[in-house]
Design a protein around this ligand. Structure first.
Ligand SMILES: Cc1ncc(COP(=O)(O)O)c(C=O)c1O
Length: 393
């Protein structure tokens, strides 16, 4: 079908280099855009549903195959599409957590992870980060011991973020999971910032559950995501219906309870599927992205007074800077006040950093080309020099 030909979202990105911290990995590919147009009708996918009646069995468009490919992509046994990473958290918490069960999260867990625990009526306990903003296996072990000692219960579940949203740091998830497994605690690895961005091997991490976000990191329309698990847990989290209607005696067979029967219909599933070949390719090129972000950070660090709050060298493109002692000093007397930096960036075709930020701010350079990385790095130094800040580069 020719729908969508000539529409290229890259054109938008060509006008501006977008450093938005949370959007970078979610921008649609041209193929996803075309799929969105072609499958815009709500039931465009469900129209092809034939026995057995469930989304992950549909063979045209090839959703059944896509589910298998997704599981293989993250090296897990089975996967389901979900409407956002949060719905993956919700499904797992609902399946595993009973009222008043302790659940471990981390100091950097996303609010939706907390909400999933609250919805299941569990009690959240956070694993603190160390002074480098890393969640360590020792901190996890200490917290497990403390929770067991104080509540008298073993945590029903642990959430851990592979890369967190505050610092973009890569946490030693495999080590943390090893510790949790010594206590027989299942672990959900939140790959919202990794699945679709870099290669993720769920089995190597030891994850019982691995969750990704389509609109955050898989070039897919919102709301979309993936929940993958092992054979050991599949029956628990993907249990099918059992209860019968008391008047009609109706049952709903293979519909999955935690998935509310079926999940991503139409645009979201085909959009995600259309981007998938690109996503599979781009995860292999993540090293270049890491090189580019380090170039940009190095340029920023060459500006006197600037520090990076994320781990350095960078291992991920989402990065938190502190320019309180550089750009913010300029902001104090500049006629545009705190807006001078984002305004100067915009004049140079760079957007996405929160308007008015001059103290602590985040950017994500994921998706830039080599030339763009150099351009962004030079732009920061250029702005600093123009405002009289001294730079070592
Ligand atoms: C670390 C992290 N996990 C999960 C989520 C939620 O993802 P979704 O919007 O796919 O539900 C976010 C969203 O910002 C996030 O930053």
């Amino acid at each position: 079908m020719n729908c969508g030909e000539g529409i290229d979202t890259r054109q938008i990105d060509e006008l501006y280099i977008n450093l938005d911290p949370i959007q970078a990995g979610g921008r649609l590919t041209t193929d996803a855009m075309k799929a969105v147009l072609a499958y815009g009708d709500g039931y465009s996918v469900c129209d092809h549903c034939n026995k057995p009646f469930r989304l992950d069995y549909i063979s045209k468009p090839p959703l059944a195959e896509f589910h298998k490919d997704l599981a293989a992509f993250v090296n897990m046994d089975t996967a389901r599409l979900v409407p956002g990473a949060r719905r993956g958290f919700q499904a797992v918490a609902d399946a595993l957590v009973k009222p008043d069960d302790p659940v471990l999260l981390t100091a950097y867990s996303h609010y939706t992870e907390f909400i999933s625990v609250e919805q299941a009526r569990g009690t959240p306990f956070e694993i603190p980060a160390d002074e480098s903003h890393i969640i360590t296996k020792d901190a996890a072990a200490d917290r497990i011991e403390e929770v067991i000692r104080t509540t008298g219960k073993k945590p029903a579940l642990m959430f851990v973020e592979q890369v967190d949203y505050q610092y973009g740091n890569l946490h030693p998830v495999a080590d943390i999971i090893k510790v949790a497994h010594q206590y027989d605690i299942p672990v959900l690895c939140n790959g919202a910032y990794t699945v679709g961005i870099m290669e993720v091997d769920g089995k190597a991490l030891g994850a019982d559950f691995l969750v990704g976000s389509g609109h955050k990191s898989m070039a897919a329309p919102a709301p979309s995501g993936v929940l993958a698990t092992t054979n050991e847990w599949a029956e628990t989290v993907f249990r099918t219906t059992r209860v019968k209607g008391d008047l009609t005696g109706r049952t709903f067979g293979i519909k999955e309870v935690e998935m509310m029967g079926c999940t991503l219909m139409g645009v979201t599933s085909v959009g995600m599927m259309a981007s998938f070949p690109h996503v599979k390719k781009r995860v292999k090129e993540f090293d270049s992205q890491v090189k580019y972000v380090n170039q940009i950070v190095d340029a920023l660090l060459s500006i006197e007074g600037t520090t990076v709050q994320s781990e350095y060298l960078r291992k991920h493109t989402l990065t938190r800077m502190n320019t309180t002692e550089s750009f913010d000093k300029i902001a104090k007397t500049h006629k545009k006040r705190g807006f001078f930096l984002t305004s100067a960036l915009k004049e140079r075709g760079i957007t996405g950093i929160l308007a008015g930020s001059t103290r602590v701010w985040k950017f994500n350079s994921y998706g830039v080309t080599e030339e763009q990385a150099k351009y962004v790095a030079d732009a920061f130094v250029d702005i600093a020099k123009a405002e009289g800040l001294s730079c070592s580069s």
